[in-house]
Design a binder for this molecule. Structure first.
Ligand SMILES: [Zn+2]
Length: 261
């Protein structure tokens, strides 16, 4: 029998045994709270290794003395290989769990959705309509001006953390147009020299972050209070509280510091 690793989520947390291994089955105590349970493949996992993967979701994060719940965000930011080895499985497993939970019924006819036999898709039992996993692309950008970087506090988050400008891609828009629009809408600034630097799957619930650096071109900061509570230019020596490791925002800020701007 092939080994089976179970990625069991509740809310945005993953269940691990105390020795940081994944369970080989869904523990019996979890069964009453089990909502979805399905096989998935891991990108880049070699088939020779022979491990199979399943993901599951519990309505309640039930306690079990054999293990603990770890926030998926903590796994993404962890430098401990015991945890970081689960980053891609957690990103994919949680994204697929969220997609299934949001698509229990057909948006066309209201019929019940079930697993497609061959593809990673859900199929309506009544009208046959197919739904594939959805990602919501969003840009995130760090704006540079004469050795300083632009950071902002988001209106909807009450934490004191200063982050980058970000927003969802709209229909008909290129990524560069989206960067230009989001910065202008949220801060009143115009930017130029927009350059791609990387991307990250962010399954909360289905974001895909595409990261850029850009240079200030004109304008002075005038925040949109619906989006931001404040925004300001910071020099590398005087940074406020910034997002933790494992976030795209932190990666952008670290890149800016490492080029010495
Ligand atoms: Zn249907």
């Amino acid at each position: 029998m092939k080994p089976v690793d179970h990625y069991i989520f509740s809310s945005n947390e993953l269940f691990l045994h105390h020795d940081n291994t994944l369970p080989s089955s869904v523990p019996e105590v979890f069964l009453p709270s089990l909502r979805v349970h399905f096989p998935f493949t891991l990108p880049g996992a070699s088939p020779e290794k022979g491990t199979e993967y399943r993901a599951a979701y519990l309505e309640e994060p039930l306690p079990l003395d054999k293990g603990y719940w770890v926030p998926v965000r903590q796994i993404f930011g962890s430098e401990d290989p015991e945890l970081s080895r689960y980053a891609s499985g957690a990103a994919r497993g949680l994204g697929l769990v969220n997609w299934r939970r949001m698509n229990r019924f057909c948006s066309r006819c209201g019929g019940e959705m079930s697993e497609h036999a061959e593809e990673t898709a859900l199929e309506c039992s009544a009208c046959g309509s197919l739904v594939y996993p959805r990602l919501s692309p969003a840009i995130i950008v760090l704006v540079h001006r004469e050795g300083k970087i632009l950071l902002a506090r988001h209106a909807q988050r009450s934490t004191g953390v200063w982050a980058c400008i970000a927003g969802y891609l709209e229909h008909g828009e290129s990524l560069e147009e989206c960067v230009f629009r989001e910065v202008r809408e949220e801060t009143g600034l115009t930017v130029t020299n927009i350059r791609y630097t990387g991307s990250q799957s962010w399954p909360f619930p289905d974001q895909f972050m595409i990261a850029f650096h850009a240079d200030w071109e004109s304008g002075e900061i005038r925040v949109d209070p619906r989006e931001l509570s404040e925004a300001a230019w910071f020099s590398p020596e005087g940074l406020p509280s910034i997002p933790p490791a494992g976030t795209v925002a932190r990666r952008l800020i670290d890149e800016a510091l490492s080029y010495g701007n």
